[in-house]
Design a protein around this ligand. Structure first.
Ligand code: FES
Ligand SMILES: [Fe+2]
Length: 387
């Protein structure tokens, strides 16, 4: 075990900092230590935009979806005017959480505790038995707005009013993934898993195909990827394959390719990772996202959503065809979740030295270094230079 004093010291990680073929993996402590985990939440997750889901999942006025951010519970609700808004999911009276999960709240949000009633745009409409409360102003007791931004129909919230805009960190992602026209897609299924491993294990796994020949031997078989040069806080692994990668080995589909894809997109799949832990997997006929949210040092919530173009979903053969896509996703995601838990158990072996990496694990190495960039204490000399 690395003692507390050395856990955030840059010298501890000198071997991770070397070039890939000379480097070591992160030490086991980075995957099990509650202290390391707390630092990741504080420096990586809390300041960044939190993925919510799709705008088309919250389609009708009154529809809502809640999301737990590292700055507390948030709800996104569609107003009668069709506008989506984000609020702290916390009553202005004595703080009860207003809404759970997802659903429809008809014409207003009513607190389950003392029935304060808020309009879908956040205004306080009614507060029983408050007429004797001196100076109580309804106008000053509406829901607290939270920043909400979207791209391609994907929604993100950030309770920090000073956070930079969502796309500021995304560099050239909109340019590279724009041709998929996500804004014309709909989410057709969403599943969630609560798995017993650190968030970095599933994130690393999602960005290397080294494991595919073993973990997905029967379902997908060995895949071969190449790293794509990106600008911004995201990465991409490109797997060349002329047919959709969203089906199991040997299967074919009658669903059409997304119209107008450029050559490279038509002949392969982009597995992207928006740092820290949101993957958009984009293939010729559909996309799916995987969002990995830490629930603890050794627990992660995996949320997955499957999206197709609206025109594909409207086809008569869609309901029949999509079953094989679901079967593929459920199988491969189950296999990936399973190996994450196997790895987590092994990482608990005391006295286990760090490992070495294959040239195929470029993104594993890159993520490790990115995490260290965020969480380590800076040497005194660097701090002085920055001040
Ligand atoms: S806490 Fe919501 S009405 Fe009292
Ligand atoms: Fe996998």
């Amino acid at each position: 075990m690395i003692d507390s004093a050395r856990l955030f010291a840059p010298e501890t990680y000198a071997a991770v900092r070397r070039p890939l073929t000379e480097a070591e993996t992160l030490p086991s402590d980075c995957y099990v230590s509650p202290e390391f985990h707390r630092r990741e939440i504080e420096r990586i997750f809390r300041p960044r935009w939190r993925f919510v889901g799709r705008a088309d999942e919250i389609a009708a006025p009154g529809a809502y979806r809640t999301v737990d951010t590292f700055a507390g519970p948030v709800v996104v609700v569609r107003g009668r005017d069709g506008v989506l808004r984000g609020f702290l999911n916390s009553c202005r009276h004595r703080g009860a959480q207003l809404l759970e999960g997802q659903g429809e709240c008809a014409s207003a949000i009513v607190c389950p505790y003392h029935a304060w009633k808020f309009d879908l745009d956040g205004r306080l409409l009614g507060a029983p038995a408050m007429e004797k409360t001196q100076g109580f102003d309804r106008g000053k007791n509406g829901l607290i707005p939270v920043r909400l931004e979207s791209w391609g129909g994907f929604l993100f919230v950030n309770p920090n009013p000073d956070a930079p805009p969502l796309l500021q960190a995304w560099g050239d992602l909109p340019e590279v993934l724009g041709p998929y026209r996500f804004e014309e897609m709909v989410c057709v299924r969403r599943i969630e898993f609560d798995i017993a491993c650190n968030w970095k294990l599933v994130t690393e796994n999602a960005m290397e195909e080294y494991h595919t020949g073993t973990v997905h031997k029967v379902s997908l078989g060995q895949q071969h990827g190449e790293s794509v040069a990106t600008r911004g806080e995201w990465d991409a692994l490109y797997i060349k394959q002329d047919t959709t990668i969203a089906l199991m080995t040997g299967e074919t589909s009658s669903l059409p390719f997304i119209a107008g894809l450029p050559d490279k997109h038509r002949h392969g799949t982009y597995f992207t990772m928006i740092y820290p832990s949101l993957q958009f997997a984009c293939t010729q006929d559909c996309m799916w996202w995987l969002d990995f949210q830490p629930l603890g040092p050794e627990r992660t919530k995996v949320s997955v959503g499957f999206c197709f173009p609206r025109t594909t979903v409207a086809r008569q053969d869609f309901a029949g065809q999509v079953q094989r896509y679901y079967a593929r996703w459920e199988t491969s995601i189950g296999e990936d979740n399973g190996i994450g838990e196997v790895q987590q158990r092994g990482l608990r072996a005391l006295g286990r030295p760090a490992g070495r990496l294959s040239w195929k694990e470029h993104h594993v190495h890159k993520l490790a270094n990115w995490v260290l960039d965020q969480v380590l204490d800076r040497p005194a000399s660097a701090r002085r230079a920055a001040e």
